[in-house]
Design a protein around this ligand. Structure first.
Ligand SMILES: NC(=O)c1ccc[n+]([C@@H]2O[C@H](COP(=O)([O-])OP(=O)(O)OC[C@H]3O[C@@H](n4cnc5c(N)ncnc54)[C@H](OP(=O)(O)O)[C@@H]3O)[C@@H](O)[C@H]2O)c1
Length: 315
């Protein structure tokens, strides 16, 4: 690597994407700093990466953020949530936090920032999740100015071992009937390894500075097809019933009041627009992305996340 980067802080690196991304970064010889609020929950593989410090830290505090970024040459921000625990969490975590990270980069003289957003982020998107994503991108860009070189990624739904999307549906498909909100919504699932590969490559490619990249896989599926595929890969064949609007709203309302919600009315609102990229896979991140069908068969073999969701579904 000739990009002048030796040490990278991967904030939110303790999660699903972080695990694959940090593995690829470590394989490239970077020194990694990975702050997490829950070191005990981080996968063993992450703790065992060569030249990676995984440490307990609350990056939402100014002091925690500064200490996490200290000594770094670049920052990758993977922090994100799908559901709010408290009102205003989307604004804090997606809207404001990216600006605070970029400002911390400026104070510490860190010149490179890679930001993970989400496909569909837009100021006039139908959900608070997607609007907060757009607000975060805008605020980070404004703070970065000329001082911090920034690249944004907007992936569609990301799949891979340990994901929380197909794994959840595979688990729910053990039921004989799956009532499904948004059954006809289009998604363009992208493999976690390909997302990580694009992010890692961007560090070496000056032309990615100031750019935003949508990332999707080679195929577009209706949610119903994705659930069917996940079910079959997990050895199930449930009847999938698409829920019409009011029933979908009621299901989301009920689900969002369960502990550890799996679906909220805001998630449902996100599905008012197709989750499909406007452009093909960016040529500078060649080769193109892997097909879902090639990865799916290996996804549900004795996975920890699968066992977790099975337990939850059985309760
Ligand atoms: N997975 C997908 O399908 C998908 C699709 C589009 C975009 N994305 C975006 O890609 C990024 C990574 O996704 P992922 O699937 O890896 O998510 P994930 O497994 O849930 O990991 C997200 C990370 O965000 C951190 N985080 C969340 N809330 C936080 C808070 N209040 N304070 C500090 N840290 C917080 C967590 O850090 P701790 O280790 O401290 O818990 C966690 O490691 C996210 O921004 C996500 O929105 C994901």
């Amino acid at each position: 690597m000739n990009n002048g980067i030796r040490t990278i802080a991967v904030i939110g690196g303790g999660g699903f994407v972080g695990h694959e991304l940090c593995s690829q970064l470590a394989a490239r010889g970077y020194h990694l700093r990975i702050p997490t609020r829950h070191r005990e929950r981080v996968k063993q593989g992450l703790l065992e990466l060569p030249d990676a410090e995984v440490f307990a830290c609350d990056v939402m505090s100014d002091a925690g953020l500064m200490s996490a970024l200290h000594g770094c040459d670049a920052v990758i921000n993977l922090v994100g949530i799908l559901h709010e625990r408290r009102s205003g969490d989307f604004d804090r975590v997606h809207g404001e936090f990216p600006r605070r990270v970029v400002e911390a980069c400026k104070r510490l003289g860190i010149g490179r920032y890679v930001h993970m957003s989400a496909l569909g982020a837009s100021a006039d998107a139908p959900s608070r999740y997607l609007r907060s994503r757009a607000a975060g991108e805008t605020a980070a860009h404004a703070a970065a100015g000329e001082a911090v070189q920034m690249t944004v990624f907007r992936p569609s739904v990301i799949f891979g071992r340990g994901d929380s999307f197909l794994t959840l549906f595979a688990s729910l498909s053990a039921l004989p009937v799956v009532p499904l909100a948004g059954a006809d919504v289009e998604f363009q699932p992208v493999w976690v390894d390909d997302v990580a590969r694009a992010v890692v490559s961007s560090l070496d490619l000056p032309e990615t500075i100031g750019q935003t990249y949508e990332l999707g896989g080679p195929d577009v599926f209706h949610l119903r097809e994705l659930v069917q595929k996940a079910a079959r890969a997990a050895g199930h064949d449930p009847v999938i019933i698409g829920l019409p609007g009011p029933a979908a709203w009621l299901q989301a309302f009920v689900f969002e009041h369960l502990p550890g919600p799996i679906m909220t009315r805001d998630n449902l609102a996100s599905m008012q627009v197709p989750n499909v990229c406007r452009q093909p896979w960016p040529a500078l991140f060649a080769p193109g992305p892997q097909r879902l069908d090639a990865v799916l068969p290996s996804m549900f073999v004795a996975s920890d996340a699968m066992a977790r969701y099975r337990q939850r579904a059985a309760r």
